[in-house]
Design a protein around this ligand. Structure first.
Ligand code: NAD
Ligand code: UDP
Length: 351
């Protein structure tokens, strides 16, 4: 049994990844401040375990804490060593992720995302833990001309959030070089994760009005909001609405397990990998698929373009497929079905 430290493990992607790791028999130490999540997610993970005849309670240690606090991180590493279950690797999800908020309050983002990450890397270095999978984002590419974004596509973040992700990747690269290339690092550049676990017990839980398309569609379909505003109908795309690469969150979770396996089995390296499906879907296609699969109306109207939006973001995911021996298995219909199941079973999230 290997022990992994999961920062931000109560969040949307973190909780699904924890479940995938637990199924593989790993021990997890989760640190989360719950600034954008609920601790109740753990009870749901245990419940899924019981349904599947597993008892994940023994595999999880939860610490409510902030990675900006170095002393907490230090204690986590020391305690694990004393228990003779040293931390073999880290998946680093903890971060703030709202683009607009990062424009309004950049210091909050630099402090939380970058300073928090530096603390984590310092603690890892001090306690000889040098395997890390980092939650990066396709947002670091900005608005390049290419139809499919490759890992070597120009990096040009368009907002403070994107810059924090790019900066953390850069810090990791510097650590890798300065450590005489002893670290094993995977920067996973996520495209647009949506959907939920098929049980309907865990899913995305925006604490405020959602900014993102998919949770907003769910709430319109649930009649929390009257209609979806589609931001722009005059983009240079096949139906005039923006295109994104949506990936089922469980496929994304499995990519993390594959990345950890890869790092453990291979020589030290630093990898940048696009984690998407390689398939572009327009906003209108998303709305239509959601309506059709779930047999529910999603009223919408067209509005002005959202500032800072980019017409098309689709992954070239060949490097990830080849390196990780992983591929996304769930299509758009499954994303819509599972996301809707989560919405109707949990209209108040984890409360
Ligand atoms: P999320 O907000 O659901 O999860 C992030 C978790 O980190 C939350 O549980 C939050 O409470 C915790 N957290 C934040 N700051 C913390 C701190 N200083 N100390 C401890 N815990 C802290 O977001 P998510 O969608 O699961 O995203 C996870 C990671 O993936 C984030 O780093 C995000 O930037 C990145 N990412 C997300 C997307 C997306 O579309 N969801 C896309 C690309 C990258
Ligand atoms: N979008 C929209 N209405 C909304 C939310 C999003 O039309 O209420 C559009 C948005 O303009 C973008 C796409 O849906 O083109 C995906 O947006 P999201 O915020 O989910 O992802 P991101 O733009 O960050 O990739």
């Amino acid at each position: 049994m290997t022990t992994y430290l999961i920062t931000g493990g109560c969040g949307f992607i973190g909780s699904h990844t924890c479940l995938s790791l637990l199924k593989r028999g790993h021990n997890l130490i989760i640190i989360d401040s719950n600034i954008n999540s609920s601790q109740n997610v753990l009870g749901r993970i245990y419940k899924i375990g019981h349904i599947e005849n597993n008892h994940y309670e023994n595999q999880i240690t939860f610490i409510k804490g902030d990675i900006k606090n170095y002393e907490i991180l230090k204690k986590i590493f020391i305690d694990a060593i004393h228990k003779k279950k040293p931390i073999s690797g880290v998946i680093h999800f903890a971060g703030l992720k709202a683009v607009e908020e990062s424009v309004k309050n950049p210091l909050l983002y630099w402090e939380n995302n970058v300073f928090g990450s530096i603390n984590l890397f310092k603690a890892m270095k001090s306690y000889d833990c040098n395997i890390i999978v980092f939650s990066s984002s396709a947002t670091i590419y900005g608005n390049p001309k290419e139809k499919f974004f490759r890992e070597d596509t120009t990096i040009q973040p368009m907002n403070p959030y994107g810059y924090t992700k790019f900066t953390i990747e850069k810090i990791l690269k510097d650590i890798y070089i300065s450590s005489n290339k002893e670290w094993k690092i995977a920067n996973l550049r996520y495209f647009n994760p949506i959907g939920a676990h098929e049980s309907g017990l865990i899913g995305e839980n925006p604490l405020n009005i959602p900014n993102n398309l998919f949770p907003y569609i769910c709430r319109v379909a649930y009649k929390n909001y009257k209609e979806l505003k589609i931001f722009g109908s005059d983009w240079n795309t096949y139906d005039g609405t923006c295109i994104r690469d949506y990936i089922h969150v469980v496929d994304l979770a499995e990519a993390h397990c594959a990345a950890l396996d890869y790092l453990i089995e291979n020589k030290p390296t630093i990898l940048n990998l696009n984690i998407g499906t390689g398939i572009g879907t327009s906003v209108l296609e998303m709305v239509n698929t959601f309506s059709k699969v779930n047999k529910i109306d999603v009223p919408y109207s067209f509005a002005n373009r959202r500032s800072g939006d980019v017409p098309s973001i689709v992954a070239d995911n060949k490097l990830a497929l080849k390196t990780l021996n992983w591929f996304p298995k769930r299509d758009l219909s499954e994303m819509c079905k599972d996301g809707w199941k989560w919405q109707i079973n949990n209209p108040n999230g984890y409360n």
